[in-house]
Design a protein around this ligand. Structure first.
Ligand SMILES: Cc1cc2nc3c(=O)[nH]c(=O)nc-3n(C[C@H](O)[C@H](O)[C@H](O)COP(=O)(O)OP(=O)(O)OC[C@H]3O[C@@H](n4cnc5c(N)ncnc54)[C@H](O)[C@@H]3O)c2cc1C
Length: 417
C-alpha cells in the first residue's frame, strides 16, 4: 500500500514530498490546480513580466529555509530590508513633523499590541490601542490589513505576539513563486487532481479525487484553512470536534494585490520604495498602499487588505484597479494616468483552492494553531502555513511545517514496515 498521500503541491506539500523522497518512504503528491506552488505563484503572462501574485518577501532571509533554495536555483535575491518610504498627506509629501507622528503611531501601536500579547492576552487589537493618536489609522492600515489581512477588530494581540516579524527581507527578481516551484523539480506531481472526500473509517485512508479513488496508509493535508472550512473536502467519519473548532478559529485573512503596470515612467519613486498616505482617523484599513517598481520592474504593487479587500474582490478586478488608481492619483495627480498601461487584481478571496490569502488566529482563542496541527488517528496529518508556528502565514512557515511533519510520518512509516 502507498505509504503517504500528500494533498496540495504548495510550499508545505512540496517540502514534505522532498523529505519523504529523501527518507525512502513511498508517496504520491496530488494537486487540484493546473500548476504547482499554491499561494506562491509568479505570473509571467498577464503583465508580460514576473509578478508575484502571492508571496513576495523572503522574510528573516538569513534564517529562512527558502533563501538557500533560491540561491541554489540561481535566482536573484534583492535585499529590500531598508527600502525607502514615501508618505503623503493628500497630494503632498509629509513634513518632518508629520513623519515623526507617523513613526510614533507605529511604535506605540506595536508596543501596545506586543504588551498584551506577551501577557498571553488574545484581545482584538482594536481594544488595546489609543484612539487619539495622530496617524493611528495610517499605521493600523499597514499592520492590520496589509500585514495580517485583517482589520484591527479581527487581529489577535496574541497571534501578533506569537509571530516573528523578521528582517532582513529579500524580494526575488524572477519571483518568489518561481523559487517555490523549483521545489517540484524531480517530483512527479499529479496536477488537476482535486480531492473531494477523505474516508478514514477503515485501515488507512481512502481519498476520492476528480481522477478516481486513491488509497494510502496516511494522508498529509496541506490545503488552506479556507478550504478546510469550506466543506469542499468532506471527511468520513467527520473530523473530531476539537479539529473542527481549530479550523474555525484559524480563518483566512485577505491581502489583495493590485499590480499596476506603467510605461517606464518612475513618477518620483525609487526602486522598491514603500508608498503610504494618511488615512482619515475613522477609516483605518480603508487604503491601498504601494510598493514601487519592485526589483526594477515597471509596475507598482497596490496592496488592499481585510474587509475592503473582500469587498473589492466581490466587486471585481475593474473596481480594485479603479480604487488603486484613485489612491495613486490622489497623491500624484491625474497626469500619471498618461503613463498607466494595465492593472490586474489577485483572486485569492474567491479562488476555491484558497478562499483567502493566509491564516489568522481569531481574537479570544488560544492554541488553535497547535490543535490544527495535531494528527488524527495517526492517519490524518496536517501541514501548511497555518501551523507554521512563529512563522505562521509565511511561505517558509509552510515549508518548514511540511518538512517537520514529513519527518514524523517517515518515522512511523518506516517503523510499520
Ligand atoms: C497575497 C499574498 C501575499 C503573501 N505574501 C507573503 C510574503 O510576502 N512572504 C511570505 O513568506 N508569505 C507570503 N504569503 C503567504 C504564503 O504565500 C503562504 O503562506 C504559502 O505559500 C502557503 O503554502 P501552503 O503550502 O501552506 O499552502 P498553499 O500554497 O495554499 O498550498 C496548498 C495547495 O493545495 C491545493 N488544493 C486546495 N484544495 C485542494 C483540493 N481539494 N484537492 C487537491 N489540492 C488542493 C492548492 O491548489 C494549493 O496548491 C502571501 C500570500 C498571499 C496570498
Amino acid at each position: 500500500m502507498l505509504e503517504v498521500l500528500i494533498i496540495g503541491a504548495g510550499a508545505a506539500g512540496l517540502s514534505a514530498a522532498r523529505q519523504l523522497q529523501k527518507k525512502g518512504v513511498s508517496f504520491k503528491i496530488i494537486e487540484a490546480s493546473y500548476r504547482v506552488g499554491g499561494r506562491a505563484w509568479t505570473d509571467q503572462q498577464m503583465l508580460g513580466v514576473p509578478v508575484d501574485m502571492g508571496c513576495s518577501w523572503v522574510s528573516g532571509a538569513d534564517k529562512n529555509s527558502l533563501t538557500k533554495v533560491g540561491r541554489n536555483a540561481g535566482l536573484t535575491m534583492v535585499d529590500h530590508t531598508n527600502a525607502s518610504e514615501a508618505l503623503y498627506v493628500g497630494d503632498r509629501r509629509a513634513t518632518d513633523a508629520e513623519w515623526d507622528q507617523f513613526e510614533k503611531a507605529r511604535r506605540k501601536i506595536d508596543k501596545r499590541l506586543s504588551k498584551a500579547g506577551k501577557k498571553g492576552s488574545a484581545l482584538p487589537a482594536s481594544a488595546v490601542i489609543s484612539k487619539d493618536l495622530p496617524f493611528s489609522a495610517t499605521a493600523q492600515s499597514w499592520l492590520g490589513p496589509m500585514d495580517y489581512g485583517v482589520d484591527f477588530k479581527d487581529l489577535s494581540t496574541l497571534d501578533h505576539w506569537e509571530q516573528t516579524d523578521d528582517q532582513p527581507s529579500y524580494l526575488v527578481k524572477e519571483g518568489f513563486g518561481t523559487l517555490v516551484a523549483t521545489l517540484a523539480d524531480g517530483l512527479d506531481v499529479s496536477l488537476n487532481t482535486k480531492v473531494s472526500r477523505i474516508d478514514w473509517s477503515g485501515d488507512g485512508v481512502e481519498v476520492e479525487t476528480s481522477q478516481g479513488t486513491l488509497r494510502a496508509a496516511r494522508v498529509l493535508i496541506t490545503v488552506s484553512t479556507g478550504v478546510l472550512a469550506s466543506g469542499d473536502i468532506t471527511f468520513h467519519p467527520a473530523l473530531p470536534v476539537e479539529k473542527q473548532e481549530a479550523i474555525q478559529n484559524v480563518p483566512m485573512g485577505l491581502l489583495v494585490k493590485v499590480p499596476l503596470l506603467f510605461d517606464g515612467a518612475r513618477m518620483g519613486f525609487s526602486e522598491g520604495e514603500w508608498v503610504t498616505y494618511k488615512v482619515d482617523e475613522d477609516q483605518a484599513g480603508k487604503a491601498c498602499y504601494f510598493i514601487a517598481w519592485p526589483c526594477g520592474h515597471d509596475y507598482l504593487f497596490g496592496n488592499i487588505g481585510a474587509d475592503l479587500g473582500w469587498e473589492l474582490s466581490r466587486a471585481g478586478s475593474d473596481a480594485a484597479v479603479d480604487y488603486a488608481m484613485g489612491a495613486l492619483t490622489s497623491m500624484l495627480g491625474n497626469d500619471v494616468r498618461k503613463h498607466f498601461v494595465q492593472g490586474i487584481m489577485t483572486d485569492w478571496a474567491v479562488n476555491p483552492l484558497t478562499y483567502g490569502a493566509y491564516s489568522v488566529q481569531r481574537p479570544g482563542t488560544t492554541g488553535a494553531r497547535k490543535a490544527l496541527g495535531r494528527s488524527v488517528a495517526d492517519r490524518i496529518f496536517f501541514a501548511g502555513e497555518a501551523v507554521g508556528g512563529a512563522r505562521a502565514a509565511l511561505a517558509n512557515g509552510a515549508y518548514d511545517s511540511g518538512k517537520k511533519v514529513a519527518k514524523k510520518i517517515a518515522k512511523k512509516a518506516l517503523a510499520a514496515r
